[in-house]
Design a protein around this ligand. Structure first.
Ligand SMILES: *Cc1c(COP(=O)(O)O)cnc(C)c1O
Length: 352
Protein backbone atom coordinates (compact mmCIF):
# COMPACT_ATOMS: atom_id res chain seq x y z
CA UNK A 1 0.00 0.00 0.00
CA UNK A 2 2.51 2.62 -1.10
CA UNK A 3 0.21 5.58 -1.48
CA UNK A 4 0.88 9.29 -1.73
CA UNK A 5 0.16 11.24 1.44
CA UNK A 6 -3.08 13.22 1.40
CA UNK A 7 -3.10 16.14 3.80
CA UNK A 8 -6.56 16.88 5.18
CA UNK A 9 -5.21 18.56 8.34
CA UNK A 10 -6.47 21.98 7.32
CA UNK A 11 -7.44 24.11 4.36
CA UNK A 12 -4.10 25.88 4.63
CA UNK A 13 -2.22 22.67 3.90
CA UNK A 14 -2.83 23.85 0.33
CA UNK A 15 -0.73 26.47 -1.36
CA UNK A 16 -2.18 29.50 -3.10
CA UNK A 17 -4.50 29.45 -6.09
CA UNK A 18 -2.97 30.13 -9.52
CA UNK A 19 -5.16 33.20 -10.10
CA UNK A 20 -3.90 34.69 -6.84
CA UNK A 21 -0.28 34.08 -7.76
CA UNK A 22 -0.83 35.55 -11.23
CA UNK A 23 -2.34 38.66 -9.67
CA UNK A 24 0.70 39.03 -7.42
CA UNK A 25 3.05 38.70 -10.39
CA UNK A 26 1.07 41.27 -12.35
CA UNK A 27 1.08 43.72 -9.43
CA UNK A 28 4.79 43.20 -8.91
CA UNK A 29 5.70 45.12 -12.07
CA UNK A 30 6.65 48.74 -11.76
CA UNK A 31 6.57 50.98 -8.72
CA UNK A 32 3.75 52.32 -6.63
CA UNK A 33 3.42 54.31 -3.45
CA UNK A 34 3.85 52.14 -0.31
CA UNK A 35 1.61 51.54 2.72
CA UNK A 36 -1.56 51.04 0.78
CA UNK A 37 -1.51 54.28 -1.19
CA UNK A 38 -1.59 52.39 -4.46
CA UNK A 39 -4.22 51.53 -7.05
CA UNK A 40 -4.24 47.82 -6.24
CA UNK A 41 -5.35 48.55 -2.69
CA UNK A 42 -7.87 51.05 -4.00
CA UNK A 43 -9.18 48.33 -6.32
CA UNK A 44 -9.52 45.91 -3.40
CA UNK A 45 -11.77 48.35 -1.57
CA UNK A 46 -13.83 48.96 -4.68
CA UNK A 47 -14.18 45.28 -5.42
CA UNK A 48 -15.20 44.48 -1.83
CA UNK A 49 -17.77 47.29 -1.94
CA UNK A 50 -19.22 45.64 -5.07
CA UNK A 51 -19.14 42.17 -3.54
CA UNK A 52 -20.90 43.39 -0.39
CA UNK A 53 -23.14 45.87 -2.24
CA UNK A 54 -22.47 48.68 0.20
CA UNK A 55 -20.05 51.39 1.23
CA UNK A 56 -17.40 49.87 3.48
CA UNK A 57 -13.90 50.41 4.84
CA UNK A 58 -11.49 47.53 4.26
CA UNK A 59 -7.96 46.91 5.52
CA UNK A 60 -5.78 44.04 4.27
CA UNK A 61 -3.80 42.19 6.95
CA UNK A 62 -1.74 39.02 6.70
CA UNK A 63 -3.30 36.60 9.19
CA UNK A 64 -6.70 35.77 10.54
CA UNK A 65 -5.45 36.26 14.06
CA UNK A 66 -4.41 39.82 13.22
CA UNK A 67 -7.77 40.47 11.58
CA UNK A 68 -9.73 39.22 14.59
CA UNK A 69 -7.54 40.75 17.26
CA UNK A 70 -7.28 44.17 15.62
CA UNK A 71 -10.97 44.30 14.77
CA UNK A 72 -12.02 43.31 18.28
CA UNK A 73 -9.47 45.55 19.98
CA UNK A 74 -10.86 48.47 18.00
CA UNK A 75 -14.42 47.96 19.21
CA UNK A 76 -13.59 46.81 22.76
CA UNK A 77 -12.03 49.00 25.45
CA UNK A 78 -9.53 47.50 27.88
CA UNK A 79 -12.32 47.31 30.47
CA UNK A 80 -14.66 45.65 27.99
CA UNK A 81 -15.59 42.11 27.07
CA UNK A 82 -16.22 40.18 23.88
CA UNK A 83 -18.86 37.48 24.11
CA UNK A 84 -18.11 34.40 22.04
CA UNK A 85 -18.45 30.63 21.92
CA UNK A 86 -16.30 28.61 24.31
CA UNK A 87 -14.58 26.96 21.34
CA UNK A 88 -14.15 30.13 19.30
CA UNK A 89 -10.83 30.50 17.50
CA UNK A 90 -10.29 33.81 19.34
CA UNK A 91 -10.53 31.88 22.62
CA UNK A 92 -8.63 28.69 21.89
CA UNK A 93 -6.27 29.39 19.00
CA UNK A 94 -4.99 32.96 19.12
CA UNK A 95 -2.68 32.92 22.12
CA UNK A 96 -4.60 35.73 23.79
CA UNK A 97 -4.20 38.14 20.87
CA UNK A 98 -7.62 39.83 21.29
CA UNK A 99 -6.91 40.37 24.99
CA UNK A 100 -3.39 41.60 24.23
CA UNK A 101 -4.36 44.10 21.53
CA UNK A 102 -7.34 45.42 23.48
CA UNK A 103 -5.07 46.02 26.45
CA UNK A 104 -6.77 43.46 28.65
CA UNK A 105 -10.28 43.17 27.26
CA UNK A 106 -11.84 39.91 28.40
CA UNK A 107 -13.47 37.14 26.42
CA UNK A 108 -16.78 36.02 27.97
CA UNK A 109 -17.61 32.47 26.93
CA UNK A 110 -20.97 30.96 26.08
CA UNK A 111 -21.73 27.30 25.49
CA UNK A 112 -23.79 26.13 22.56
CA UNK A 113 -24.33 23.01 20.48
CA UNK A 114 -22.61 22.54 17.13
CA UNK A 115 -20.26 25.49 17.56
CA UNK A 116 -23.01 28.11 17.77
CA UNK A 117 -24.04 30.56 20.44
CA UNK A 118 -27.66 31.66 20.31
CA UNK A 119 -29.66 34.80 20.89
CA UNK A 120 -31.37 33.47 24.01
CA UNK A 121 -28.20 32.59 25.89
CA UNK A 122 -26.65 35.87 24.74
CA UNK A 123 -29.63 37.77 26.14
CA UNK A 124 -29.45 35.80 29.38
CA UNK A 125 -25.75 36.54 29.81
CA UNK A 126 -26.27 40.23 29.08
CA UNK A 127 -29.07 40.46 31.64
CA UNK A 128 -26.51 40.02 34.41
CA UNK A 129 -23.33 41.37 32.80
CA UNK A 130 -21.82 44.82 33.17
CA UNK A 131 -23.58 47.65 34.89
CA UNK A 132 -21.29 47.94 37.86
CA UNK A 133 -17.82 49.36 38.12
CA UNK A 134 -16.69 46.01 39.49
CA UNK A 135 -17.23 44.03 36.29
CA UNK A 136 -16.06 44.27 32.69
CA UNK A 137 -18.49 45.98 30.35
CA UNK A 138 -19.79 43.90 27.42
CA UNK A 139 -18.66 45.62 24.24
CA UNK A 140 -18.91 43.12 21.41
CA UNK A 141 -20.20 39.75 20.30
CA UNK A 142 -18.07 37.60 18.02
CA UNK A 143 -19.51 34.74 15.97
CA UNK A 144 -17.61 32.46 13.62
CA UNK A 145 -19.02 31.62 10.19
CA UNK A 146 -18.36 28.70 9.33
CA UNK A 147 -18.25 27.77 13.00
CA UNK A 148 -15.43 25.86 14.64
CA UNK A 149 -17.68 22.78 14.45
CA UNK A 150 -17.98 23.01 10.66
CA UNK A 151 -21.59 24.22 10.78
CA UNK A 152 -23.11 27.48 9.57
CA UNK A 153 -25.24 29.94 11.45
CA UNK A 154 -28.47 30.43 9.53
CA UNK A 155 -29.46 33.90 8.42
CA UNK A 156 -32.20 33.94 11.08
CA UNK A 157 -29.78 32.91 13.82
CA UNK A 158 -27.36 35.69 12.89
CA UNK A 159 -30.15 38.26 12.73
CA UNK A 160 -31.43 37.27 16.17
CA UNK A 161 -27.93 37.52 17.69
CA UNK A 162 -27.40 40.93 16.09
CA UNK A 163 -30.74 42.19 17.43
CA UNK A 164 -29.91 41.22 21.00
CA UNK A 165 -26.40 42.63 20.67
CA UNK A 166 -27.55 45.95 19.27
CA UNK A 167 -30.32 46.26 21.86
CA UNK A 168 -27.54 46.22 24.45
CA UNK A 169 -25.25 48.56 22.53
CA UNK A 170 -22.79 45.86 21.52
CA UNK A 171 -20.88 45.67 18.26
CA UNK A 172 -21.20 42.46 16.22
CA UNK A 173 -18.02 40.92 14.81
CA UNK A 174 -17.94 37.95 12.46
CA UNK A 175 -14.84 35.75 12.21
CA UNK A 176 -15.05 34.78 8.57
CA UNK A 177 -11.90 32.69 8.22
CA UNK A 178 -14.13 30.39 6.13
CA UNK A 179 -16.53 33.10 4.99
CA UNK A 180 -16.63 31.90 1.38
CA UNK A 181 -17.47 28.34 2.41
CA UNK A 182 -20.38 29.65 4.45
CA UNK A 183 -21.71 31.93 1.68
CA UNK A 184 -21.64 29.04 -0.77
CA UNK A 185 -23.21 26.69 1.75
CA UNK A 186 -26.12 28.99 2.60
CA UNK A 187 -26.63 30.10 -0.98
CA UNK A 188 -26.98 33.73 0.06
CA UNK A 189 -25.11 36.86 -0.98
CA UNK A 190 -22.27 38.23 1.14
CA UNK A 191 -24.55 41.17 2.05
CA UNK A 192 -27.35 38.83 3.10
CA UNK A 193 -25.02 37.09 5.55
CA UNK A 194 -23.51 40.23 7.10
CA UNK A 195 -24.54 43.90 7.24
CA UNK A 196 -28.11 43.27 6.17
CA UNK A 197 -28.48 41.23 9.37
CA UNK A 198 -26.55 43.68 11.54
CA UNK A 199 -22.95 42.46 11.39
CA UNK A 200 -20.76 45.52 11.99
CA UNK A 201 -17.25 44.26 11.36
CA UNK A 202 -16.00 41.21 9.50
CA UNK A 203 -12.71 39.32 9.40
CA UNK A 204 -12.89 38.35 5.74
CA UNK A 205 -10.75 35.26 5.33
CA UNK A 206 -8.91 34.45 2.11
CA UNK A 207 -5.76 32.52 3.04
CA UNK A 208 -7.50 29.24 3.77
CA UNK A 209 -9.41 29.45 0.50
CA UNK A 210 -6.67 30.37 -1.97
CA UNK A 211 -4.65 33.44 -0.96
CA UNK A 212 -0.93 33.34 -0.06
CA UNK A 213 -1.45 35.27 3.15
CA UNK A 214 -4.12 37.91 3.01
CA UNK A 215 -7.31 38.61 4.89
CA UNK A 216 -9.30 41.82 5.13
CA UNK A 217 -10.87 43.55 8.09
CA UNK A 218 -14.10 45.04 6.78
CA UNK A 219 -16.02 47.70 8.67
CA UNK A 220 -19.58 48.15 7.43
CA UNK A 221 -20.01 51.03 9.78
CA UNK A 222 -17.45 53.80 9.36
CA UNK A 223 -17.83 54.98 12.98
CA UNK A 224 -16.30 51.73 14.25
CA UNK A 225 -13.04 52.23 12.32
CA UNK A 226 -11.95 54.59 15.09
CA UNK A 227 -8.35 53.78 16.08
CA UNK A 228 -7.98 50.76 13.80
CA UNK A 229 -5.28 52.28 11.63
CA UNK A 230 -3.08 53.11 14.60
CA UNK A 231 -3.51 49.64 16.04
CA UNK A 232 -2.68 48.07 12.70
CA UNK A 233 0.54 50.06 12.49
CA UNK A 234 1.52 49.40 16.11
CA UNK A 235 1.01 45.68 15.62
CA UNK A 236 3.18 45.58 12.51
CA UNK A 237 0.34 44.92 10.12
CA UNK A 238 0.67 48.04 8.01
CA UNK A 239 2.57 46.49 5.14
CA UNK A 240 4.83 48.77 3.18
CA UNK A 241 4.38 46.63 0.06
CA UNK A 242 0.66 46.53 0.68
CA UNK A 243 -0.06 46.18 -3.03
CA UNK A 244 1.16 42.58 -2.90
CA UNK A 245 -1.42 41.75 -0.23
CA UNK A 246 -4.11 43.67 -2.04
CA UNK A 247 -3.24 41.93 -5.31
CA UNK A 248 -3.90 38.60 -3.63
CA UNK A 249 -7.36 39.73 -2.63
CA UNK A 250 -7.98 41.09 -6.11
CA UNK A 251 -6.98 37.80 -7.75
CA UNK A 252 -9.07 35.97 -5.18
CA UNK A 253 -12.19 38.04 -5.83
CA UNK A 254 -11.98 38.48 -9.61
CA UNK A 255 -14.37 36.39 -11.70
CA UNK A 256 -15.82 34.99 -8.46
CA UNK A 257 -12.76 32.75 -8.10
CA UNK A 258 -13.24 32.72 -4.33
CA UNK A 259 -16.73 31.30 -4.61
CA UNK A 260 -15.53 28.66 -7.07
CA UNK A 261 -12.72 27.56 -4.71
CA UNK A 262 -15.11 27.37 -1.77
CA UNK A 263 -17.66 25.42 -3.80
CA UNK A 264 -14.94 22.91 -4.68
CA UNK A 265 -13.87 22.55 -1.04
CA UNK A 266 -17.46 22.13 0.15
CA UNK A 267 -18.28 19.66 -2.61
CA UNK A 268 -15.30 17.51 -1.64
CA UNK A 269 -16.50 17.37 1.96
CA UNK A 270 -20.05 16.59 0.85
CA UNK A 271 -18.78 13.76 -1.33
CA UNK A 272 -16.99 12.24 1.66
CA UNK A 273 -20.13 12.63 3.79
CA UNK A 274 -22.21 10.86 1.13
CA UNK A 275 -19.67 8.07 0.95
CA UNK A 276 -19.22 7.40 4.66
CA UNK A 277 -22.65 8.28 6.07
CA UNK A 278 -23.82 4.70 6.50
CA UNK A 279 -20.50 2.92 6.98
CA UNK A 280 -19.62 1.15 10.23
CA UNK A 281 -16.78 2.49 12.39
CA UNK A 282 -17.38 6.16 11.68
CA UNK A 283 -19.74 8.74 13.17
CA UNK A 284 -20.20 12.25 11.80
CA UNK A 285 -20.43 14.44 14.91
CA UNK A 286 -21.82 17.66 13.45
CA UNK A 287 -23.69 18.48 10.30
CA UNK A 288 -21.12 19.19 7.59
CA UNK A 289 -22.13 22.54 6.12
CA UNK A 290 -18.79 23.45 4.58
CA UNK A 291 -15.42 21.79 4.23
CA UNK A 292 -14.74 20.62 7.79
CA UNK A 293 -15.70 17.15 9.02
CA UNK A 294 -15.68 16.25 12.69
CA UNK A 295 -15.61 12.49 12.97
CA UNK A 296 -15.46 9.76 15.55
CA UNK A 297 -13.36 6.89 14.16
CA UNK A 298 -13.08 3.31 15.35
CA UNK A 299 -9.49 2.06 15.77
CA UNK A 300 -9.90 0.01 12.58
CA UNK A 301 -11.00 2.99 10.50
CA UNK A 302 -8.30 5.21 11.99
CA UNK A 303 -5.63 2.66 11.12
CA UNK A 304 -6.92 2.20 7.57
CA UNK A 305 -6.86 5.97 6.97
CA UNK A 306 -3.37 6.42 8.42
CA UNK A 307 -2.05 3.39 6.53
CA UNK A 308 -3.41 4.89 3.34
CA UNK A 309 -1.49 8.13 3.93
CA UNK A 310 -4.24 10.45 5.16
CA UNK A 311 -3.18 13.21 7.53
CA UNK A 312 -5.64 14.97 9.85
CA UNK A 313 -5.77 16.16 13.43
CA UNK A 314 -6.69 13.67 16.15
CA UNK A 315 -8.18 15.07 19.33
CA UNK A 316 -8.26 12.36 21.96
CA UNK A 317 -10.44 9.30 22.29
CA UNK A 318 -13.79 8.51 23.89
CA UNK A 319 -14.43 5.75 26.45
CA UNK A 320 -14.79 3.14 23.69
CA UNK A 321 -11.41 4.00 22.21
CA UNK A 322 -12.91 5.82 19.26
CA UNK A 323 -10.80 8.75 18.17
CA UNK A 324 -12.06 12.30 17.57
CA UNK A 325 -10.75 13.50 14.22
CA UNK A 326 -11.00 16.74 12.30
CA UNK A 327 -10.79 16.34 8.55
CA UNK A 328 -10.68 19.43 6.33
CA UNK A 329 -10.94 19.36 2.55
CA UNK A 330 -8.92 22.16 0.93
CA UNK A 331 -10.10 23.83 -2.27
CA UNK A 332 -7.53 21.75 -4.18
CA UNK A 333 -9.06 18.40 -3.12
CA UNK A 334 -9.56 15.96 -5.99
CA UNK A 335 -12.29 13.38 -6.50
CA UNK A 336 -9.61 10.67 -6.38
CA UNK A 337 -8.68 11.85 -2.89
CA UNK A 338 -12.23 11.95 -1.56
CA UNK A 339 -13.02 8.55 -3.02
CA UNK A 340 -9.83 7.05 -1.66
CA UNK A 341 -10.79 8.41 1.77
CA UNK A 342 -14.20 6.76 1.55
CA UNK A 343 -12.65 3.48 0.40
CA UNK A 344 -10.22 3.47 3.33
CA UNK A 345 -13.07 4.10 5.78
CA UNK A 346 -15.00 1.22 4.23
CA UNK A 347 -12.00 -1.09 4.47
CA UNK A 348 -11.25 -0.13 8.06
CA UNK A 349 -14.87 -0.47 9.14
CA UNK A 350 -15.33 -3.90 7.64
CA UNK A 351 -12.17 -5.12 9.38
CA UNK A 352 -13.94 -4.33 12.66
C1 LIG B 1 -7.73 29.66 10.65
C2 LIG B 1 -8.68 30.49 11.43
C3 LIG B 1 -8.39 31.82 11.75
C4 LIG B 1 -7.11 32.52 11.33
O1 LIG B 1 -5.95 31.94 11.75
P1 LIG B 1 -4.50 32.43 11.34
O2 LIG B 1 -3.70 31.20 11.51
O3 LIG B 1 -4.12 33.50 12.27
O4 LIG B 1 -4.55 32.94 9.94
C5 LIG B 1 -9.34 32.55 12.43
N1 LIG B 1 -10.52 32.01 12.79
C6 LIG B 1 -10.83 30.74 12.49
C7 LIG B 1 -12.17 30.20 12.88
C8 LIG B 1 -9.92 29.93 11.82
O5 LIG B 1 -10.24 28.67 11.54
Amino acid sequence: MSQQMVNFASDNASGAAPEVLEAVFAANDGRTMPYGNDHHTEATSQRLAEVFECALTAFPVATGTAANALALATVTPSHGSVICHRHAHIEVSECGAPEFFSGGGKLALLDGADGRIDAASLAASLATAGGSVHSVQPAAVSITQLTEAGTTYSVDQIRAICEVAHDHGLVVHMDGARFANAVVSLGVTPAEMTWKLGVDVLSFGATKNGALSAEAVIFFNRQHVDSFEFKRKRSGHLFSKMRLLSAQLNGYLENDNWLRYAAAANAAAARIVDGIANLPGVTIKHQVDGNQLFLLLSPGVLKALLDDGFQFYQRGADADGRVHARVVTPFTTTIEETDRFVAAVRRGGSNG
